[in-house]
Design a protein around this ligand. Structure first.
Ligand code: ADP
Length: 193
């Protein structure tokens, strides 16, 4: 996808299941902006302490330092006037306030890039992600590799019996699955597959 750089701000969403490379893609866009000497600030939701409480970290161990926040409105208070790129990871964990926050930042002329899971472990839209996707100028949907058959995977299979929407974990708790091998909880199964 070619992002056309302009003077007005805009919103980019990077979405897909776990292990699809969202964090890698976010880190790549941040690094390229830093090479271009753009002023960058990096945020992630504080609930995700899988690897490091204050860094964006990919499953392939790439990382960049950031600020962990739990209330999206804190991002508005923390963003410097001179910042040109605002990067946010784990967007699905924020409440709907994140929609107004990123809209305001983009309206101020900033490039805002937010990465997050578009579907939860049930295969249902996750938090504010659908709203962010339709407001964004650019949406990148990534796929992982199905751990059962090797096909492209759009779903995140929870391997435990937990029923909370948010259960933080990595390979011990989740794996990527294609449509044929994704097994949602019984109550979420569509009548015809
Ligand atoms: P996400 O942010 O979408 O969870 P990451 O950027 O953290 O993804 O990690 C992507 C990396 O995860 C890949 O480059 C690869 O090294 C690794 N990986 C592990 N399992 C899978 C899988 N099933 N499909 C694709 N990549 C995987």
């Amino acid at each position: 996808m070619q992002i056309v750089h302009g003077k007005s701000g805009w919103l980019e969403v990077i979405c897909g299941p776990m292990f699809s490379g969202k964090s890698e893609e976010l880190i790549k866009r941040i690094r390229r902006a830093q090479i271009a000497r753009r002023r960058v600030q990096i945020f992630k939701h504080g609930v995700d302490t899988r690897y490091d409480a204050t860094s964006i970290v990919s499953h392939s161990q790439q990382s960049l330092p950031g600020i962990a926040v739990t209330d999206a409105r804190d991002i508005l208070n923390l963003v410097d006037d001179r910042t040109e790129l605002v990067a946010i990871d784990e967007g699905q964990f924020f409440g709907d306030e994140i929609i107004e926050v990123v809209t305001r930042l983009a309206n101020l002329g900033k490039r805002v890039v937010i990465a997050g899971l578009d579907l939860d472990y049930r295969g249902l839209p996750f938090g504010p992600m659908p709203q962010l996707m339709c407001r964004a100028e650019y949406v990148t949907k990534q796929l992982a590799i199905c751990m059962t058959c090797g096909d492209p995977a759009n779903f995140t299979q929870r391997l435990t019996g937990d029923t909370a929407q948010v259960v933080v974990g990595a390979t011990e708790t989740y794996e990527a699955r294609c449509r044929a091998h994704f097994e949602p909880p019984a109550e979420e199964r569509p009548p015809v597959r």
